[in-house]
Design a protein around this ligand. Structure first.
Ligand code: FES
Length: 164
């Protein structure tokens, strides 16, 4: 199960005030909430749906699930995208996936670490097939990954985070 945060409704109130509780600002409101939490918590969507005139929780939920830019699953501080497109799969993306899950304590049903540091998703192609298998962490491409190389890459991210 994913870890869900307790919602600070006063933070959402401030966002709603900034956007004047306007239905026409719903997308901007959801973008801002997603910036705060790195995803859209269900409780936040329900809250927004009850606070804006002319909307309902169901409508807000519908909008949030319609747009690919919104995530209803918690995201980590570091978002790992692991490619399992054809080129990456053929060159060994599955052992890399197993290594990432093993190192971070993730499973197919648990895609975010308990401390909120990492989240993992598999994607179908990152457009860098010549470098397969590829992972991307917060926009940085890691080429030609192996089970060992990905553990080193994650250690490096953890080290840099501590130093930051
Ligand atoms: S299949 Fe992995 S980058 Fe294209």
């Amino acid at each position: 199960m994913a870890t869900h945060k307790t919602i600070d409704f006063s933070a959402i109130d401030r966002v709603l005030e900034t956007y004047e509780f306007k239905k026409s600002n719903l997308i901007a409101i959801l973008q801002r909430i997603q910036e705060i939490y790195r995803y859209l918590p269900l409780d936040a969507l329900t809250y927004v749906g009850t606070k804006i005139e002319g909307l309902s929780p169901a409508t807000v939920y519908g909008v949030a699930t319609f747009y690919a830019q919104f995530s209803l699953d918690p995201k980590g501080k570091y978002e790992i995208k692991l490619c399992d497109g054809t080129a990456c799969h053929v060159r060994g993306s599955m052992p890399v996936l197993d290594a990432v899950r093993g190192k971070l304590g993730l499973t197919p049903d648990k895609s975010t670490t308990d401390d909120g540091m990492f989240s993992l998703e598999t994607v179908s192609c990152l457009g860098a097939c010549g470098l397969a298998p590829v992972i991307v962490i917060n926009g940085k491409v890691y080429p030609k990954m192996t089970a060992d190389a990905v553990k080193v890459a994650l250690d490096e991210v953890i080290k840099q985070d501590k130093e930051a």
